[in-house]
Ligand binder design. Structure first.
Ligand code: MTE
Length: 342
């Protein structure tokens, strides 16, 4: 078993900081060992991953244009794009080159490296149903195109800060999560929203790995979910999202580390129980429920003070709440005792 530890961010390579190379918790290790599995935790800097200067301005290694273009053209919702931009959401930096954003992805269902886009193209995104249930007056099971016909799409420019200390800026298209929750009428008992990704090891080879607690799960408090920044994404770069981006429905939570922005959602459940998310389940000493961006609170194995901007040579200071403090800091008043930044 190989576990890599780097001492400082400066010596941190893209793959070393990758959430996949976590220290697996003892419980899981024992479970896997009991199953007779040989462990080789090599992180994401393996043969397929980009090199340590992956976020430099060099041309990305793969060319997904044809693949993602095909997906967009075949998508029955293509006519809904581009949606009008909501100018209330502005950036302090340039939008990341689409080629970079669409070839450098985290989607562990399709592999532990960054070049999963071609694998992800195997994900059938039609038909696709989303269930919204739990503590709601009007539970729903909606085909994605039915859902799209009930919402008003808009484009927003958002920053995205991965826990691995890289960042990007993306034009997402979608609708506020709050508008979706309003449709199902949450009951007063609901305290959290739990999100779940598909589980289909036949197409998502990563889901055959026993290391991970599939399906991918995430969670928010009701107050976080109601915040206007919490955005359900259906498209990006002015067209339907390609599978590597989390088609046909993902979250974008720009004030939190990127792992909270769950992809390819099939179920949204309102509950009074705080959800245990995928990474927290895997490595509770390193990943928590809140995961708000804070440059002052290092990951146990690297600093969060700076970030490398994908597709550029820019290395810039990370901002508290990723720069969205004005909109979200109030959500955490009175919660100072919680591990808000892991
Ligand atoms: N959602 C699912 N279902 N599976 C994943 O592996 N990775 C997360 C998040 N959502 C992930 C996921 C992480 S760690 C990040 S940084 C973002 O997706 C990456 O989004 P991007 O590939 O669009 O940049």
């Amino acid at each position: 078993m190989l576990i890599k530890i780097r001492k400082a961010w400066d010596s941190l390579r893209e793959g070393d900081a990758t959430a996949e190379s976590v220290f697996l918790d003892r419980r899981r290790l024992m479970k896997i060992a009991a199953a007779g599995t040989v462990l080789a935790i090599a992180g994401c800097d393996g043969e397929d991953a980009m090199s340590s200067d992956a976020s430099s301005s060099a041309t990305p290694g793969a060319t997904p244009g044809a693949a993602s273009g095909t997906t967009a053209a075949a998508d029955p919702s293509a006519h809904l794009y581009p949606a009008a931009r909501n100018e209330a959401f502005t950036l302090d930096r340039a939008v990341t080159d689409e080629q970079w954003a669409s070839t450098y992805n985290n989607f562990y269902e399709f592999g532990t490296h960054k070049q999963i886009w071609a694998n992800a193209e195997k994900l059938p995104v039609r038909p696709w149903e989303v269930v919204i249930d739990g503590m709601v007056a009007k539970p729903m099971r909606l085909a994605i195109d039915d859902l799209l016909s009930r919402v008003q799409l808009e484009e927003r420019l958002y920053r995205h800060r991965c826990v691995e200390a890289w960042s990007m800026a993306v034009p997402w298209t979608g609708f506020p999560l709050g508008s979706l929750l309003a449709m199902v009428e949450p009951t007063s008992d609901a305290r959290y929203v739990r999100f779940e990704t598909f589980n289909n090891p036949d197409v998502a080879s990563g889901q055959r790995s026993p290391f991970y607690p599939w399906p991918y799960v995430e969670g928010l408090t009701m107050a976080e979910a109601a915040n206007d920044l919490a955005f359900m994404v259906t498209g990006v770069y002015g067209k339907p999202a390609a599978p590597q981006f989390g088609a046909p429905l993902r979250l974008a939570l720009p004030w939190k580390y990127g792992f909270k922005s769950i992809k390819s959602i099939v179920r949204i459940t309102l509950t009074d129980q705080r959800p245990v998310n995928f990474w927290q389940d895997l490595s509770p000493d390193e990943y928590g429920f809140w995961a708000n961006v804070n440059p002052q609170v290092p990951h146990p194995r690297w600093s969060q003070a700076y970030e490398r901007v994908l597709g550029t040579d820019d290395r810039r200071p990370t901002l508290l709440f990723n720069g969205y403090g004005e909109q979200v800091a109030g959500l955490y008043k009175g919660l100072e005792g919680e591990a808000l930044y892991m």
